[in-house]
Every structure is written in structure tokens, then in C-alpha cells.
Design a protein around this ligand. Sequence first.
Ligand code: LLP
Length: 445
Amino acid sequence: MVITLNLDEWYKHKHLSWKGGKLHFVGQDVTSLSKRYGTPLYVTSQDIIEQRYDELHAALRSQYDKIRIHYAVKANSNPAVLKILKDKDARADCVSIGEIQHCLKAGFEPSRILYTGNNQTHEQLKFAFEQGVNVNLDSISQVKTLASMLEEETRAKLPLISFRINPEIGAGHHEHCITAGRNVKFGILDEQVEEAYRKALDVGFSRFGIQTHIGSGILDVDAFKKAGSRYLEIVSSLHAKLGINFEFIDFGGGIGIPYKPSEDPLDLDKYAETMIGLFKEACETGGLGTPNFCVEPGRYIVGESTILVVQINTIKVTPYKQFAGVNAGFNTLVRPAMYGSYHHVITCTRDTGDGNNRKATYDIVGQICESGDILAKERELPILNEGDYLVLLDAGAYGFSMASEYNSNPLPAEVLIRGSDAALTRERQTFQDLLRHVKIPPWLK
Ligand code: LLP
């Protein structure tokens, strides 16, 4: 079944509504939140995060009992978001020691964290092992690093180990977000997979998992299917050759969200049926037993949970263009500048019935001193005025987590809403924060 939404349904899917002409996000008045907390402001809905998690969990669970959802922390590592997902019984997918630290602080059991770093140092691997976090290795040479490290440790209680497989079939919304293929830095290719697991067996490991992640922002189930089939062939042949029984088979993240009104959400039931169908078939025919079926969604769970509110401070009209200049930029949300990504923009007020329905086309531009600092290009919007608030949708994944202090701008604030409650989850940085770790050499004092 293809899910097709018209514009009103699409807005409803995003939990947006207008009351008395004013925009509400999950029932809360966006203008009041902006006045209370200032802008630029990331506003995250707990209800949406929980709903997306529940939907995904239900879709997967309807196909198989042993499923694991590892939330990809990189998408949004705000401690409140982590706490919400931990309370939902999610596991975590981390790519750095910093992310592991955040998860441990949020109360995730180390054994429920999978550390898929790449190019880690000896110290980073050691830290993860010492914490009891599951380590997913990205290259054969890391087995050696690990072996040398474990010489000093007790080998008696070796934890589970897994490898990231590159099935050479990738997909994603942008070249930079396709993470499988011949020329991609990630994972272990088919011809080296056996050697990798054999080395791990030689070192003394006896508990194994296996993982892949083909890319990010994928709305087409067939792309997952194609790569998944190839991946399962590799898994089955590994089991046949080395007799390894995998405790989990991890299919990574990548489920996309509809950023554009013309896009429809991915059909989760179809995704679950297709992927778990392939998985079960491979388990049966290859004698793989009943391993856990794992996924690592980031964007799907948090992407639509958050809006970014900015305020217009300058309207500039040239003979060629109209610009709405706002108090944010690619320091606040880098996706449009970095990947050419589309974030839908809406105003905080809608036609109030006074007959002023005029529209114009604007580029929404930021404060960064680069011409590429365009948050949204050529958008038809109601006539904009200085002082108006604008809302960029779907900013919950790779929004704040990729924000920077470029041009010496403090990082924005984040607010969590639930029902009629709202609370700051991250204070807006101050200029003192920008100077906190700065040191002046004595000869310059
Ligand atoms: N697992 C691994 C190993 C990953 O590398 C990623 C994302 C995920 C899971 C989660 O993928 P998701 O479900 O969120 O698609 N900054 C880019 C996205 C980069 C994704 C990196 N890896 C963007 O803004 O689109």
C-alpha cells in the first residue's frame, strides 16, 4: 500500500495546526514559545518521538519476536531525547566515546549500546571494552589493535564482537550519506569478511553479531531490499564457512522522512514485512537459528519531532530577488548548505480572513558571511515582514547535533514540549561560553 498525503494531511502528519490563525505544534502556540524562550529555538515534541518509536516497534514486532531498536544517537544527542528513548526501552547506536558517555549518563545499560566507530584509537576501543559496551569493528586491522590491547587484559571474559559489513550496495539522499559501495570508507567488503571473523575467533572471541548500514534518508523499500538480500548472502556464507552463530543481525538505520509536501512517508509495514521476510527466509534456509533482528534508526525517530523557529530581521528586495534575512544560518542548521537539503518553511500566522492572501517568493538567508548561507531557496510564502517568525520543519535529526559556533555565534536553545508543558533542555549559549576554553599565550598578554 502506498501512503499518499495531500497538503493538509501532510501538515497533520507533522502535528501542525492553526488556531485563530496562529501556528500550533503538537497543540502548543509556536509564537508564545518563541517569545518565552527567544529564537533561534529548536522545539522538540516528546509525543512525536514516542509515537515514531512505538510505530516502528509495532511494525517490526508484528513480524518477529526478537527485535532490537538501537537509536542512532548522532541524529540528536540531547540528554532529554536519550532519556525519553531509554524509558521506551530503546537501545543505542553510538559512533563516538562522547555519545557513549551521553548514553551512560542517560541510564542506558552498557550492554544495550553498540559502538560503531570508525578509525578509532586504541584508547577509544579500550574505553568501550572496559565499559562493557558492544563493539562493532569497521576494519580488519582493528582486530589486531584489539588483540594487542587484550593481551594486557584478562581474556577470560571476552565480550561480544561484531563487524560492519559493506555489501557494496548503498543508497541515500545525498552522495555523502551513501555508506556502502566500493569506494566508500565504511565497512568490510565481502572478500575480507571471512578473514575478519576468523581473526576474531583466533583471538578468542566466541560471541558474535554482524552489522551493516547502507546510507541515510531512504524512502524506497526496494533499496533496503536489494542491499539486505546481498548482506544476508554474506551472513549465510559466513555461518556456513565458520559455523558462527550470530546473536544479532543488524540492518542499520536509513529510514527517511518526507521533508517535502510532495513526498510520502515510507510504508513502515512494507519495510517490516520485506526486511523481516528476507531475514527469516535466510535464517531458515541458512540454518542461522533465531538471532535478534536489529535496526539503527536516527532520522525516522527524531527527524519530525522538532521544528526550528527563527525570526526575520531584514527584508531585502533587489531587482532580481527578495531575501528574508533571519537570526540563524548554517551554523544553526547546516543540512541545506551541506547537502542541498529541503526543509519546509512556514509562517507562524496563516490567512486570518482579512483578505490579505498575497504571496511572494523569497530566499530565506542567514547571518553567516558566506553566499551559501541559504536555509531555503525560492519559497513562495505570504508577504513577510521584519519581526515575523518563520518555522523550518523536520529539524530534529542532524539539526542541533550538527550546529556549530561558526562566525562566533552561540549555539541556540532547545526546548522540549509534552502536552501543555514546555521546558528548556539546553540553554542558549552566551558569548562567555564562546571564550570558555580560550587561552592567550603569555607573550600576547
Ligand atoms: N547507523 C549508522 C552506523 C550510521 O552511520 C547512521 C547514520 C545511522 C545508523 C542512522 O541513520 P538514519 O536512520 O538517521 O538515516 N548528516 C546527514 C545524515 C548522516 C547519517 C550518518 N549516519 C543528514 O543530515 O542527512
